[in-house]
Design a protein around this ligand. Structure first.
Ligand code: COA
Length: 336
């Protein structure tokens, strides 16, 4: 299933502010050497990751999301009363139900905001952007908070060196609001799904298909599982195609892109995409060495850091692109 929109719609939508939050505790590759049979050299050379953040006990996905949201709202100059929509993208919700967005709504005191979650793994923040953008553009909503937030450490098998070295915790957020002729706008978006590949990247247990029981608890099935090589190949192709589609739909060229903010899973995937899009590496934002793969939070955190570091300025054309379990993929071309 593919969905594409060139946003020539009734009401333009812009990003009014971004925010992020990373838990304080760092877990470095060196630290992991004493947990599983691995080395800093193996992890860094295969992935580009040096460290990741781990949420404190009792610090939930909704808490990370709330802090990132406050940052974004402060930058946007928007109060909780003015929010009418909150979407949280996550695969590590506080609870299966209610949605993590409900906890965030309460934490923020955003009483009049509609709140729900999206489960689209690492593409989740961009799925949320697509949905919020359409809801604002249709004229019924004005100020939306979209958040990617994950506490993946709660869904990691710390005995499995194939996966536990890859993931981390964190949250990123953006406030979307109505634009006008004088502001930037989301130019084009694309989201896609291929449900034939659910088995190559998933959390197999803990859901209704395979509940955690006394008999299977020691198998740690409620943890991320992955066929890394298969995922790698599909990720490069899907992110390349999605990026090209939004660049073309927005009427841009590779040369006119100031910055690409890709999903932060693996530096080799990021380099391969940049190469195939003929975009030089210095125009591609990377922070995965610090945080690892934070799934739905990754693009959102990277966007906020790039923005706060002054790498994105008013009028710049940027591309956001992600890929994840599902399989899902998503991209957006934005004039800031
Ligand atoms: N430390 C040391 N050795 C490890 C290891 C670790 N943390 N993890 C795996 N290995 C070993 C494997 O056991 C294997 O050993 P073997 O040859 O004796 O069986 C060897 O390293 C090679 O494993 P392989 O899976 O072939 O490595 P790779 O080069 O494909 O790299 C990934 C593995 C996971 C880094 C890589 O496939 C990848 O990044 N894939 C994409 C993952 C991704 O982005 N997922 C999220 C998408 S949103």
């Amino acid at each position: 299933m593919l969905s594409m929109s060139a946003n020539t719609s009734k009401i333009p939508v812009r990003i009014a502010g971004t925010g992020s939050y990373l838990p304080a505790k760092e877990l470095t590759n060196k630290d992991l050497e004493s947990i599983v049979d691995t080395t800093d050299e193996w992890i860094f050379s295969r992935t580009g990751i040096r460290s990741r953040r781990i949420a404190a006990e009792g610090e939930n996905t909704s808490d990370l999301a709330t802090e990132a949201a406050k940052n974004a709202m402060e930058q946007a100059g928007i109060t909780a009363d003015e929010l009418d929509l909150i979407i949280v993208a996550t695969i590590s919700p506080d609870t299966i139900t209610p949605a993590t967005a409900c906890y965030v709504q309460h934490n923020l005191g955003a009483k009049s905001a509609l709140a729900f979650d999206i489960s689209a793994a690492c593409s989740g923040f961009l799925y949320a952007m697509e949905v919020a953008q359409r809801m604002i553009s249709d004229g019924n909503f004005k100020n939306a908070l979209i958040i990617g937030a994950e506490k993946l450490s709660a869904f990691t098998n710390w005995d499995d060196r194939n996966t536990c070295v890859l993931f981390g915790d964190g949250a990123g957020a953006a406030v979307l609001t109505r634009g006008d002729e004088t502001t930037g706008r989301i130019l084009s978006t694309k989201i896609g799904t291929d449900g034939s590949q659910t088995g190559i990247l998933n959390i197999p247990g803990g859901g209704s298909a395979c509940p955690t029981t006394v008999d299977n608890a020691d198998q740690k099935l409620a943890s991320l599982a992955m066929q890394g090589r298969e995922v790698f190949k599909l990720a490069v192709n899907a992110m390349k195609r999605a990026s090209e589609a939004v660049i073309e739909e927005a009427g841009l060229t590779a040369e006119s892109i100031k910055l690409v903010v890709p999903h932060q899973a693996n530096l080799r995937i990021i380099d391969a995409i940049a190469d195939r899009l003929t975009i030089p590496n210095e125009k591609v934002f990377v922070n995965l060495h610090k945080y690892g793969n934070t799934s739905a939070a990754a693009v959102a955190i990277a966007l906020d850091e790039a923005h706060r570091e002054g790498k994105i300025e008013r009028g710049d054309n940027i591309v956001l692109v992600g890929f994840g379990a599902g399989l899902t993929w998503a991209a957006a071309a934005i004039q800031w």
